[in-house]
Design a protein around this ligand. Sequence first.
Ligand SMILES: [Zn+2]
Length: 139
Amino acid sequence: MAKPADTRTAGRKPVAKATRSAAETEKIRGALAARRDELRAEYDQTLSEITELQRDRLTDSAGDDQADTGTKTFEREQEISLANSIRERITQVERALERLDEGGYGWCERCGNPIPVERLAAFPSATLCVTCKQLEERR
Ligand SMILES: [Zn+2]
C-alpha cells in the first residue's frame, strides 16, 4: 500500500500496519450490521410517521386553523429531514461494511492503529482513533 513517495508525510505511520483478528473483524461486522438494522427500523418508523402526518394534513386540515396547519407542516418537515439524515447514516454503515470486506475499514488514518469496535459501532464513519481525534480537536 505505502509507496515510497509517502515518506514525505513524515511522522505519519503507514496505515493498516497492525492486523486485526478475524474474530475482531466479525465483531465489527456484527456491530455494523446491528447498527444498520436499527437505523432501518428507525427509518421505517419515521417514514410511517411522515405518512401519518401527511394523511392528517389531507383529512382534517379543513377544520384546522392556520396555526395548526403550520405546526403540522413544520412537524412533517422535521420528520422528513430526520428521515434523510437516518438514510445518510444507513449509507455510511453500508459503505463501512463494504470497506470492511476490502480490509480497509476500522484503522486510524493517523496512527494506523485499529479503532476499537465500540467506537466503530457508535460512529461507523469514524476514521480516527479516540487519541488522534482528541489531538485533532485540540489543535
Ligand atoms: Zn490514531
